[in-house]
Design a protein around this ligand. Structure first.
Ligand code: S3P
Length: 445
């Protein structure tokens, strides 16, 4: 593993952001497109793939398991898949870098194949819990050996004789749900996953698209997903929609920088992902959804965002958390510019993301003169409409902490610095260039 050189960046108060913001492909869909392509027999074609470090790591991993993965043009990739159960044993350690989604989904994918693989990642990923994946994968018959507490690096030995599983998710996690479903693909019979709260459903949509027998039912105990194992997956052509979680940054930037008006075209507004946009509307933000339509099985619209009016603090309903789980850091930064308290609860999962995002946001806001109350599974931002700024934010190898606080700086009296903008390349490599084009005063320090 190479050592990481921090690259600080600073955001200055800016006004009048304008233009059209091109957002890269959705990270969740991009990881899954590469994995499904590997599990289908024949050639899957993908356009609009996110070419960020996390997804490139998954592409490399799919090659290590024997798939032919070829980049044909910008964002255009083909995958010659091996079929469910056709994976080969990697010859070397799989390094998933910063990518929790990558490593967890890949472990699920191989857990019911009679091969072993060793996984590792960067300092952030090596701190993140893998027990939540290993517990259900053991039920299929997989075994693992790693550091205490289920931490990477670890070696997973897939089940030679897998059995199907019924699993109720103990935490609302699309990664855990997806790992179980990927493992279920190579188990004979029916694998069942029950989730109390609906999490992002890209895996279910793609299982259906690739021809697996999958049924989803809303029952009193939650969403029940039934998957019939050992299907022959048919290769697909996939147009990856643009990432609503990445779009959140220019959208919030335009709501912070006075006199802004921007357009953000083609954003995926899948209801399991769009909670932030509902929250922003409740705060009084001026965002119009133009041209709503369906593309590649996902609802899509062009967002028109205008700065103006006073934003109000609100209480975000805790049951909305799964549909905006990655957006709380940037929402908390915006909340500093709203009048009154923004209450965010039921978000304990934020503590096990790329960083402890509750702790990182609280520390970053306080360093910039914003009052905030920390709770075990939440935070309350006491917004006054003004941010003094002048602080340096510790980003802990977390791309979303870096981008959120660069947005905070666009309205602050004094510049806001983040200690490391390098990890932004994991999910949004064009972020700095795009913000510059829109007129934001963000620069490498
Ligand atoms: C993801 C699920 C979420 C999210 C992550 C991407 C996915 O994680 O935070 O950025 O693609 O399945 P959890 O499953 O841990 O909630």
């Amino acid at each position: 593993m190479t050592s990481h050189q921090p690259r600080p960046a600073t955001a200055h108060r800016s006004s009048g952001l304008s233009g059209s913001a091109t957002i890269p492909g959705d990270k969740s869909v991009s990881h899954r497109a590469l994995i499904f392509g590997t599990l289908a027999v024949g050639e899957t074609r993908v356009t609009g793939l996110l070419e960020g470090e996390d997804v490139l790591g998954t592409a490399q991993a799919m090659r290590a398991f024997g798939a032919q993965v070829i980049r044909t043009d910008r964002g255009a990739w083909t995958i010659h898949g091996l079929g469910v159960g056709g994976l080969m044993e990697p010859e070397d350690v799989i390094d998933c870098g910063n990518a929790g989604t990558g490593v967890r989904l890949i472990m699920g994918m191989m857990a019911t194949c009679p091969i072993s693989a060793t996984f590792t990642g960067d300092a952030s990923l090596r701190r993140r819990p893998m027990g939540r994946i290993l517990d259900p994968l053991r039920l299929f018959g997989a075994t693992s050996m790693g550091r205490d507490g289920g931490l990477l690096p670890l070696t997973l030995r897939g089940a030679a004789d897998p059995v199907p599983v019924e699993y109720a998710l103990p935490v609302p996690s699309a990664q855990v749900k997806s790992a179980v479903l990927f493992a279920g693909l190579n188990a004979p019979g029916e694998t069942v996953v029950i989730e109390r709260e609906a999490t992002r459903d890209h895996t279910e949509r793609m299982l259906h698209g690739f021809g697996a027998e999958v049924a989803v039912e809303d029952l009193p105990e939650g969403r029940v997903i039934r998957l019939r194992g050992r299907p022959e997956l048919r290769p697909q052509t996939i147009a990856v929609p643009r990432d609503p979680s990445s779009a959140a940054f220019p959208v919030v930037a335009a709501l912070i920088a006075e006199g802004s008006e921007i357009v953000v075209p083609n954003i995926c507004l899948n209801p399991t992902r769009a909670g932030l946009y509902q929250t922003l509307a409740e705060m009084g933000a001026d965002i119009v959804h133009d041209n709503p339509r369906e593309e590649g099985g996902e609802p899509v619209a062009d967002l028109r965002v205008r700065h103006g009016g006073t934003l109000r603090g609100i209480e975000v309903p805790p049951d909305r958390a799964p549909s905006m789980i990655d957006e709380y850091p940037v929402l908390a930064c915006l909340a500093a510019y709203a009048e009154g308290d923004t209450v965010m609860r039921g978000i304990g999962e934020l503590r096990v993301k790329e960083s402890d995002r509750i702790a990182a946001v609280v520390a970053g806001l306080r360093a910039n003169g914003v009052e905030v109350t920390e709770e075990p599974d939440g935070m309350i931002v006491h917004g006054t409409g003004k941010v003094s700024g002048g602080g340096t934010v510790a980003t802990h190898l977390d791309h979303r902490i870096a981008m959120s606080f660069l947005c905070l700086g666009l309205g602050a009296d004094k510049p806001v610095t983040v200690d490391d903008a390098g990890p932004i390349a994991t999910s949004f490599p064009s972020f700095m260039g795009l913000m510059h084009t829109l007129g934001a005063g963000i620069e490498a320090a």
